[in-house]
Design a protein. Sequence first.
Length: 478
Amino acid sequence: GRNMAPFVEAEWGREAYALMRRVKSLADPEALLNPGVLISEDPEEHLHHLKALPEVDGEVDACMECGYCEQRCPSRDLTLTPRQRIVARREIGRLSSEGDAHARAAIEVDFPYAALDTCAVDGLCATACPVSIDTGQLTKKLRASRHGAVGKGVSRWVAGHMRLVEAGLRGGLAIAGLVERLGGASLLGALTRLPRVVGVGTPLWVPPMPSPARAPAGREPVDPTAVYFPSCLSRTLGSLPGEPAGPSLLETMTALGARAGERLLVPPDAGGHCCGVPFSSKGYVEAHQLAVNRTVAAMWRWSREGQLPVVVDTSPCTYGLRTCRTILTPDNQRRFDRLTIMDAVEFASDRLLPRLDVRRKERRVVLQPVCSLVKMNLTPHLERVARACAEEVVVPLDAGCCGFAGDRGWLVPELTASATNREAAQAQAAGAGGHYSSSRTCEIALTRATGQVYRSHLFLLEWATRNDASFGNFPRGK
Ligand code: SF4
Ligand code: SF4
């Protein structure tokens, strides 16, 4: 604003500029608000009182603190916006260089929670930033700097034993569900809060929680047309309370494929493979590399060396896989370049829907286009599927990042509550018969916020195109 001030009149003309000055003086007759910014008599305003922008990290040094990113940020009403994260980081740098340890310590007390723990690292800020700054990348780096040797070792072990970890998570969900039924959700919530008393930030039990998913069975048809890779979220998190009983996501996808003439290969060893996003979002760089390199090598094998597209049923995982090239080994980079990685939304829109007959329609549905879907420019594909299956499709005006970010919704549930506040009110007001998305954790976030069950868009497509005789005895629930 200060840089532009001497030139606003030249840009808008004398008459418009005079109006601006009158409006400003009505609101601020003594020129107390942002003096010298945009409205100024000084032709050299752009040369004075410039804010110092100390260098802190190459990811964010180009930031001019314009604030365009702020509206996209899921933590904007809870803690900080992307701009404020950068400003706080710069202020820490400035105070360090000036040797003001007291003021610096005051900021550093709040920085871990306000700037790091409540950042969803969804990168939506970059989509609004004129210089494409993704403040989430800075968050990941700073999170990485907090990890010690033990944490890094544990993350590498987890990345190398994902099949065991998935089985453990399914078992944990089953036991916790039993405890909830016997003792109530508040007892379980209190139990999961206990480690926090001694400063251990474990996930919290926050209803509604999913039941464990059934471990996926492999499927190897003759002459497959595509590989279906169910994500570790789909392999672990099952149905939510109130969700219609019926086929699982995997069964739904393969049934849709069969009806549309797609012979889907489900790798028998899909379990244990992961896109690596759970590690990268926490700043575990080596575990991320380990997980995603294993998965790309497996995808190469599953896809018959790139001949078959690989369809991923969880949009954040698709995005993570599509953008992992820089951390792959040279061999895996060569494989990656010949792989076709499709999101299930894209597959449903482009390869399933055109070959299916829509037999029934929902009156109105609400959609939650998740951040990664937005970043892959696939929201229109989700809307196309929904429009084919419903008379009316509602995307809430404030639909955005739900702040769940894989596990933030269990670690920092207030972030999800804050991020979904406006969208939830609009979704509830829509009075829709169904709510759909493309990521299980985002569906949990919106279900928690609205009290309406959110499910994969594949369930809607399957229901709308179902030929009852072709789908066994599953009930009609969508
Ligand atoms: S939009 Fe970009 S340049 Fe503007 S404040 Fe946000 S990060 Fe900085
Ligand atoms: S990555 Fe997401 S949560 Fe973090 S600053 Fe950017 S928009 Fe906000």
